[in-house]
Design a binder for this molecule. Sequence first.
Ligand SMILES: *Cc1c(COP(=O)(O)O)cnc(C)c1O
Length: 388
Amino acid sequence: MSELMQIDKQYVAGTYNRFPVQIVSGKGSLVYDENGKEYIDMGSGIGVTAFGIADEEWAQAVVSQLAKVQHMSNLYYTEPCALLAQELCTRTGMKKVFFANSGAEANECLIKVARKYAADKKGAEYSTIVTLKNSFHGRTLTTLSATGQEHYHELFQPLTPGFVHGDAGDLEGICKLAKEEKAAAILIECVQGEGGVIAMEQAFVQGLAKFCKEEDILLMVDEVQTGNGRTGELYAYMNYGIQPDAVSTAKGLGGGLPLGAALLGEKVESVLGFGDHGSTFGGNPVCCAGALSILKRIDDKLLAEVREKAAYIREQLTGAKGITGITGMGLMVGIKTEKPAGELVRALNEKGVLCLTAKDKVRLLPALNIPMDVLARAINAIKEVCAE
Ligand SMILES: *Cc1c(COP(=O)(O)O)cnc(C)c1O
């Protein structure tokens, strides 16, 4: 272990089980450690660096805003915040945006919106939010309560009340639960990320959308990981032909700077009024300027490339030795393997490929613009370690 790793171990809270790799520089999908060893980055900071490390266009947008105004309170107007909100709404059909700093915070906003919408419209007893078992919605106490995984809950009781969890795929069961519990909203990931890269069925998502519309229960989609081009559409819900009432997003949106957004549709656009919600850093002009440059580049051509690369990965890995299945959608890939995923990821680190895990799977979240030759090298390395 290097001296720096020892300092980190001594002084940084022990919440992360870091790999023994220190990254000091990078360009696009290639990163370098302190000894100059090159790695292909197949995790992109957990789906954050949408166009890779130190991307020139993004950096230019960020640096140019940084030299103008790095922060203003939300008491005043700034250009990047307004233009990013406009771009998000124009591209999604949503009506208003609340800016936060993370995925969890974006979800907190959705939860507040749902509670207030239902209380205003039906009464305060309509406060429950239905989420899915095996979901992941964040680490704040309330988003942890929304997260449908017991092992995250155990150590932090009491949780925020008002969340119930149904089985993904069980349309009838979820609808029954939502009615019984007087639900304000149903919150889902179209593709569960941390839960193991599991895409929801078309019929399930469309059925939920229909039910929610009939019952005036909000359908809210957590696009923190799936959003911003990751699945081959701008937002994953677009693969399902539905229009949610509210959407949260973060990760790839900021391209590497902290930014979350709650997109509010027609039903809920006026739910939040002056003083109902806020954030000191939310809508930071530097983060928004970077995000605007990212969003503008996620056009039809780029999305087609994402789908092509996704098809290539699936074609290469399906049926390969030691690989028993591929899950996910677009460039959100889960690989079921014969050997334990953690062991494979460590072997890949040695070979110069950085991958993630999700539950028992190897997980890939490469940059959306990863060059084909770099992707091919990474896929070959993955095939090698799985076959060994
Ligand atoms: C990562 C993630 C979150 C939490 O985002 P943070 O920025 O870490 O707060 C919430 N929901 C989903 C689906 C995620 O993947």
